[in-house]
Design a protein around this ligand. Structure first.
Ligand code: PEP
Ligand code: MG
Length: 595
């Protein structure tokens, strides 16, 4: 058989290069549930018993999986706990029983109908985290269907390590992977920021997501090369290509090891200009990653994930415990806690929301908190209490006016007063900052700087609002350009306002962790960068190989260019010239792939 060298392109989600055989998980979904109507009460009872047994079996399997999690993966046990809870979730558990009793459906069909309703309910939700929750329900659904069919749930033990290929993988499925069984995984759905991708990174398993038609093009047993740096999958590669990727893999791993050796060293430029490289984390468990990769602190704790992972509003005590864990683990380094970023595309199932035509421009982040002041005050209390356990900063997201910042600070002060009166310890000097992620905040930066103790530029949203490009819309993804001249000028303006007011300025959007942009950002005067923990070693490596003068020169030149194409071209050339050892890994081996 001749080799095909067929290339599929996806989104790189967790770096690495692996070669191996595919195992396609979509096969699990092929047996469609069938419908048959029940005639007698005995039949109905029989089907109800089958369903309850399937649930019991699933519960026992999930508990067993949870208990067998290796110590390193214990941080992900909550995902299995969530699935255990979902087994008894009303919309699946009770609805399936109702359909068996009232509609006289067999158990498989009743369960399928209940699942369809849940799926419809979630359709159209764009938020990756909420999507992650749908994946958990789907995982529970699949498990129950295979129990009803008498099949074993997904189990890889005993197989040689494979590259998993699936339409989608839930975070819970990702936690079941170990590098001895799974070389990497490829999914048709998902984005760079999905929870499954985050877990892949924390388990250091190579992942490529968003690969169209992966389960149609790839069959179990096919030979694959998967490049988690470029997002390329090569199906059925020839010998020459296999050799070239083996060499690339060896090279990349050696380079990664070399870079990691110094990731605990400070990030200082060649001319002794100090910078701070911090970690972005979503859940308290991820603080371990920040420490592993040498973070100088946490520059962004996205607190909404703590709210989203449970079914009730967290209490002050629960929040405090979560924040305390992060703060104590990071001490004496700083932990920047961002207040709740709910609304828009992330919502809490236990609260009522008015429908919004344009949720990205709606009641979200600080706007939501200033409206729901009880929720906000509870969070502020927990943050203040945690500030007694280490070095904490608080920051308010989506600030678009001075008034909003003043109101948020006013609430912070009233909460401080209450704690003081009750004798509860906290850091009276707790710095309170503003996130700059709305163009209005850029224009007002010099005024906001008088009210803020620091700025943190959230480029994910700033770019979306400045360029009018929905950050989650694939159709316009190529227009989402961090080096757009308008964006660079905005960053320059914010840095200038912060300098005049003598407050620090950080950046915590994805732009901060991309090696390509780091010298430009340094040159623009952003010396505190917060990023995905795995990106830290490379960021530090780049900073240690450049002088602040060179970085300023690159930024100055980039600012003189008129179009984003010119800027991209200039920066790419400049970075390739200065850091060929890094950028050779990011550029696809396109030349080798010509048919
Ligand atoms: C940002 O907008 O850059 C940011 C860090 O916030 P998030 O990605 O959570 O919206
Ligand atoms: Mg944001």
């Amino acid at each position: 058989m001749t080799s095909r060298n067929l290339i599929l392109q996806g989104i790189p989600a967790s770096p690495g290069i692996v070669l191996g055989r595919a195992k396609v998980l979509a096969e699990r979904l092929e047996s469609q549930p069938y419908c048959c109507l029940l005639y007698s009460p005995e039949e109905i009872n029989w089907e109800l018993d089958r369903f309850l047994e399937a649930v019991e079996q699933a519960e026992a399997d999930l508990f067993a999986l949870r208990d067998a999690l290796p110590p390193d993966y214990q941080e992900h046990a909550h995902l299995l706990d969530l699935q255990i809870l979902l087994l008894k979730e009303r919309m699946i558990f009770q609805e399936t029983q109702r359909l068996i009793q009232e509609e006289r459906y067999n158990a498989e069909w009743a369960l399928f109908q209940a699942w369809q309703k849940v799926r419809e309910l979630f359709q159209g939700i764009g938020d990756p985290y909420i999507k992650g929750r749908i994946q958990d329900v789907e995982e529970v659904y699949r498990r129950l269907q295979s129990n009803l069919a008498g099949k074993e749930a997904w189990n890889l033990s005993g197989e040689e390590p494979v590259i998993l290929v699936a339409r989608d993988l839930s975070p819970a499925e990702a936690t079941q992977m170990t590098s001895s069984q799974v070389l990497g995984f490829i999914t048709e759905r998902g984005g760079r920021t999905s929870h499954t991708a985050i877990i892949a990174q924390s388990l250091e398993i190579t992942a490529v997501v968003g690969v169209d038609f992966a389960t149609r093009e790839i069959a179990s047993g096919d030979q694959l090369i998967m490049d988690g740096l470029t997002g390329q999958i090569i199906l059925d590669p020839d010998e020459a290509l296999r050799c070239s990727y083996q060499a690339r893999k060896k090279d990349f791993e050696a380079f990664k090891g070399e870079v990691a050796l110094s990731s605990n060293q400070p990030a200082i430029t060649l001319d002794d200009y100090p910078t701070q490289i911090l970690a972005n984390i979503e859940l308290p468990e991820e603080v371990i990653l920040g420490l592993k990769y040498g973070a100088d602190g946490v520059g962004l704790l996205r607190t909404e994930f703590i709210y989203l992972r449970q079914r009730h509003l967290p209490t002050e005590e629960e929040l405090f415990e979560d924040y305390r864990r992060v703060v104590e683990a990071m001490a004496p380094r700083v932990v920047t806690i961002r207040t709740l970023y709910i609304g828009g595309d992330k919502f809490l199932s236990h609260l009522e929301y008015a429908p919004e035509m344009n949720p990205a421009l709606g009641l979200r982040a600080i706007r939501f908190c200033l409206k729901e002041q009880n929720i906000f005050r509870t969070q502020l209390k927990a943050i203040l209490r945690a500030s007694a356990c280490g070095r904490v900063r608080v920051m308010f997201p989506l600030i678009s006016s001075v008034r909003e910042l003043q109101e948020a600070r006013h609430l912070l002060n009233t909460v401080k007063q209450e704690l003081q009166e009750s004798g509860v310890p906290f850091d009276a000097q707790l710095p309170a900052g503003a996130m700059i992620e709305v163009p209005a905040a850029v224009t007002l930066a010099h005024l906001l700087a008088r009210e803020a103790d620091f700025f943190s530029i959230g480029t994910n949203d700033l770019i979306q609002y400045a360029l009018a490009i929905d950050r989650g819309n694939k159709q316009v993804a190529d227009m989402y350009q961090p080096l757009h001249p308008a964006v660079m000028r905005m960053i320059r303006e914010v840095v200038h306002a912060a300098r005049v007011a003598r407050i620090p300025v950080a950046m915590c959007g994805e732009m901060a962790g991309d090696p390509l942009y780091i010298p430009v950002l340094l040159g623009l005067g952003v010396a505190e960068l917060s990023m995905n923990a795995m990106a830290i070693p490379m960021a530090k490596h780049i900073i240690r190989m450049i002088t602040s003068g060179e970085a300023r020169k690159i930024a100055r030149h980039a600012l003189r260019l008129v179009t984003v194409e010119e800027v991209n071209d200039y920066v790419a050339r400049e970075m390739n010239r200065r850091f060929p050892e890094i950028f050779r890994f990011v550029h696809a081996l396109a030349a080798n792939l010509e048919p």
